[in-house]
Write a protein of this length. Sequence first.
Length: 396
Amino acid sequence: MLMLPVLIFAACSTQLSQATGMHLKGAAARSKSALGSSAGGGESADYFNPIFSAPQLTPKQFLLISSSAEQKVVYTELKNFKSTTGRTFALVDSGLTDPRGIALDRDRGALYVADKGAKSIFRYHVYVDDSHSGLALTTDGVQLSIMQKADVEWLHVDVNGDVFYSDETSKTINRIPVHTIEMLSKGEFGAGDLSLISEQQMVASNSSVSDNIHSREVYAIYEGATNPHVSTPAGVVSDGARLYWVNAVDGKKVGTVAEGFVDPHLPKQEKGGKVAAAFPSVSLSNETDTASSIAKSNKLIFFASAERGTGKVSSLTSTGQVFDIATGLSQPKGLAWDGDQTLYVADEAASAVYSLPVGRLMENAPLTRSAVLNGAFGLALFSEFDKAWTMRITDK
């Protein structure tokens, strides 16, 4: 790994506070790391005491967090990268078995939850409630299943509204078109009626998703049985055109981070040339054997990994350089980029969410504790600049 203390990419946005440390749940002390232990009296796994020394410099924003341990999804309002109250509030606290990754469609207000225990992906609609003195989040109370019988832990929704998820058992990276989701929401058919079209089938017919998209089909566009850069896929992210994923197994062999396309096509075959056996993909980094989650900014790719009890978050540049931007974590899971110069990471073992500045590329960036939640796992952000912010339940 390239060791370079500081590489300037953009103007630095300095975090407004340093990390106060990992949170220790009650009397069950967790092993201390480089982050130390939590500070402040009267704190627990449910809340901490945030201290603010500056007026609000960040936009109105909510942080959404899932917890497998608590079987729910919660939220907290942020101010200067930290929870305004030090507490979280329930958004979805029933109907979930083992919620892991979450993704928010910030244009349509759709929250997607990967429920590993139910082997399903559920959709909810999230709204900002400004009817009282402060701001809160609520849902319309409708749980829509958009996928069943899937060993799903990580998922992503892109700018087009398509949902991507990885399946640990089938070792596939799959795309659910937004058109299919709309048909499901109208009750034209159910998740149990969906068919999965494999990469092998599409390659054999020399077709892509856009060539034969049908309302009742989900597409395994990259799969371990066919593609050389898929082993056991974990986190996925898309910019609307390209698709990126991390592998939880054999990353040094097949790629810790790999890149493909949301609508891949086979390369044109030259006369007498060999027919491609898989859709085009490429390994971007072979830094670690295992990785869990991934996020992308305008210039960088971020991925989380943990080996031998030590976790970290790394950044990957367009030239393939890797920098460890956050170390001393225990079990880093979900990542969320705020669209500007801040990244959030959930540490499941520490039961905390931290933020760190990514406006400039540096190793061991300062961590700020943003929220606490027992078993924090998946993350999503919802900002006043998002199109869905102004939607209300009464608009339905």
